[in-house]
Design a protein around this ligand. Sequence first.
Ligand code: BG6
Length: 332
Amino acid sequence: MASPAPAGAASAAASPSPPVQLPSPFAELVKGPSGLEKIVLRGARNCCAEIYLYGGQVTSWKNDNGEELLFLSSKAIFKPPKAIRGGIPVCFPQFGTHGNLEQHGFARNRFWTIDNNPPPLPVSPAIKAFVDLILKPSEEDLKIWPHSFEFRLRVALGPSGDLSLTSRIRNTNTDGRPFSYTFAYHTYFSVSDISEVRVEGLETMDYLDNLKAKERFTEQGDAIVFESEVDKVYLAAPSKIAIIDHEKKRTFVVTKEGLPDAVVWNPWDKKAKAMQDFGDAEYKSMLCVEPAAVERPITLKPGEEWKGRLVLSAVPSSYCSGQLDPLKVLQG
Ligand code: BG6
C-alpha cells in the first residue's frame, strides 16, 4: 500500500489540490515549520491543541488561559526522518529497542492522513473539536515489519479542556497471520522545575529499570520525586496517575485505558547534553509519563482490533491548601 505523500508535496503541482476536509468546524489545517502540516483544534475559551500529520503527533495542548501544558523542545527538529522531540509521540509497533525495529517503532516518523470516514467511535456530544487520523504501512514499512494494519488515531479536546487520544489498531493481514506489538503514548509534560514535581499512583509498583539492564524492582516511598536520571517501566500501573507540580500549583491527571504499563523518563543533565534535539537545561522543565503496553506485547489476529486510550486533564493542585490528598487527585 502506497505511503501517503509528504504534506505539502502537492503544492508544486500545476492545479491546486482540493482543500482537505476536516470533520469538525473547530479544526483547522495550517502549516508549521518546514511546511509540515498540522491540525489546530480549538476548544472553549483559549483551549487548543495542535497535531502534526507527521508522526500523528500532538505537539501542543493549551488550557483556558492559553498556557502550554506539554513540553516541546526549543531544539526539536521538524524534518523527517527525525521524530519531533516533545508533545506526544506515538510509539508503535515497538516501544524501546527490544525488537528489530528502530527505537520506538516507525509510527512517529511517518506521514499520517486525515481520516474523514472512520468507523463509528462513541463520542460525547459535548466534544466539538476533534480530528481522526489514519496510518497504513507503505511497501517500505512492510519490508521492515511484514504486517498489514490500520492504525486510527482520534485526538479530541473536551469541553473542560481535557485532551484525549484514542488509538484503534486493526490487523488487516490477508494471510491469516497474527501480529504482536508494544506501544506507548510518549507524553512529555511541561513542568516548572523537575525538582518540585512528584508523581503519585506508582508508589509500591514493580518496575523494570532501563538504567539497570531492565532489572525488576519494587518502588519504595510515598511518591516519586526526581533528583537524577530516571528511566523506568512501571508494570500493571493504575489507570490514573497524578503529576503534581508544586511550583505551578497544577496537577496533571493521566487516565489510561487498554495500556497496563507506564514509563517514567527524565534524561537529566548528561543525557540532555548528548541529545542533538534537546536543550542542555531543558530536562528541568519536562517529565515524560507514558501510558504503555511494554511488558506483554499485544497480539491481534486478522480482523481483530485493539483500543488504547489516554485522557489528560490539568487541574489546580490541592497543594494550595498545604494538604495534598492523593485520593482526591486520583478519584473520579
Ligand atoms: C523513553 C525511554 O521512553 O524514551 C528512554 O524509556 C529513551 O530509554 C527515551 O531514551 C527517548 O527516546 P528517543 O528515541 O525519543 O530519544
